[in-house]
Design a protein around this ligand. Structure first.
Ligand code: UDP
Ligand code: MG
Length: 312
């Protein structure tokens, strides 16, 4: 019998977790599989850990990992994937926005369908502020242009992967983890299932606009060096323009003499060049800062407690 591990990153999800557990059990009890559910408590401030412990007492299929502080969803997913023992591993949100009812279909795709992975994308962004949808769309368009990882618009993190793919994902040891990119980068045959966006059952979203913006920047930095090329190209173009202008003014001075004029032009050009230089330094700096963090080799998460500690 195959074992499926379900990894659930949880940050302040005390209300959603019991509902999630029930739903998953309901669906998976009809599948011919062994199951483990790994709740990763990402330094929650509410009773998430207690709820996980209670569920573990009720049912030893439930495991949990609790972080020493909030490390972010990426770290939670990584911890779960590392701990998972299953032949197949699913990643799901605790808020039931990833419908467990898709699990049988996903399992079928990876066992008999000849796929290595079954992933989901939502077809609509209903219930989301329009500005957010607009920027999200733009982000996907840009990142797909400039990176070689295939990042699908509307793709959720909800997916079921074969052991091979999980191991491939884990073999990428980078500190700045952008899962949407990593999943695309490792390749493998992925079946895409679509579903209509579902609102979360309880609690509230942890993503502010600013957080999403930072996340998207991280995605671009992690999977593309195009911004660096654009910066170089910009410098190059400005040099050519400067050269042409120099020729133009030299000829003009030879023909018409050289009356001292053009201060406003000077100011504009100086500001423009200063701006371009700052942008360039900024872009280089962003990559440098990522490199700096990578070279520190800090752990991506720190575990405070797991279900193993209870056994002792
Ligand atoms: N999450 C987490 N750590 C964080 C933020 C979120 O583990 O720092 C979890 C959260 O508990 C949920 C999932 O990541 O299970 C997705 O979060 P959320 O529902 O807030 O995002 P959305 O569905 O709105 O994109
Ligand atoms: Mg959600």
């Amino acid at each position: 019998m195959d074992m499926i591990s379900i990894v659930v990153p949880c940050y302040n999800e005390e209300e959603s977790m019991p509902k999630f557990y029930e739903e998953v059990i309901k669906v998976t009890s009809q599948m011919n599989i062994e199951l483990e559910i790994i709740f990763v408590d990402d330094g929650s401030k509410d009773k998430t850990l207690d709820v996980a412990k209670k569920l573990h007492e009720q049912d030893t299929k439930v495991r949990f990992i609790s972080f020493s502080r909030n490390f972010g969803k990426e770290a939670g997913m990584l911890a779960g994937l590392e701990a998972a023992k299953g032949d197949y591993v699913a990643v799901m949100d605790a808020d039931l926005q990833d419908p467990p009812s898709l699990l049988p279909e996903m399992y079928e795709a990876v066992t008999t369908g000849g796929y290595d992975c079954a992933a989901t994308r939502r077809t609509t962004r209903k219930g989301e502020p329009p500005i957010r949808s607009f920027f999200a769309r733009m982000f996907y368009r840009i990142i797909n242009r400039i990176s070689d990882a295939d990042i699908v618009d509307g793709a959720r993190d909800f997916r079921l992967m074969s052991r091979k793919m999980v191991d491939a994902v884990l073999s990428l040891g980078e500190y700045n983890r952008f899962s949407k990119g990593i999943f695309g980068w490792v390749g493998f045959k992925t079946k895409w299932l679509e579903y209509v966006n579902v609102e979360r059952v309880a609690g509230e979203t942890k993503w502010s606009f600013w957080k999403l913006f930072k996340y998207s920047m991280e995605g671009i930095m992690a999977f593309s060096t195009t911004p660096l090329y654009i910066t170089s190209a910009m410098g190059f173009i400005v040099c050519i323009v400067a050269f042409i202008m120099a020729c133009f003014y030299a000829v003009k001075a030879l023909i018409f003499g050289d009356p001292a004029a053009g201060f406003p032009t000077m100011v504009c050009i100086m500001l423009f060049l200063g701006g371009i230089q700052l942008v360039g330094i900024g872009v280089v700096g962003m990559y440098l800062s990522k490199t700096y963090l990578e070279t520190k080799h800090r752990p991506i998460y720190i575990v405070r407690e797991t279900e193993e500690d209870i056994k002792k």
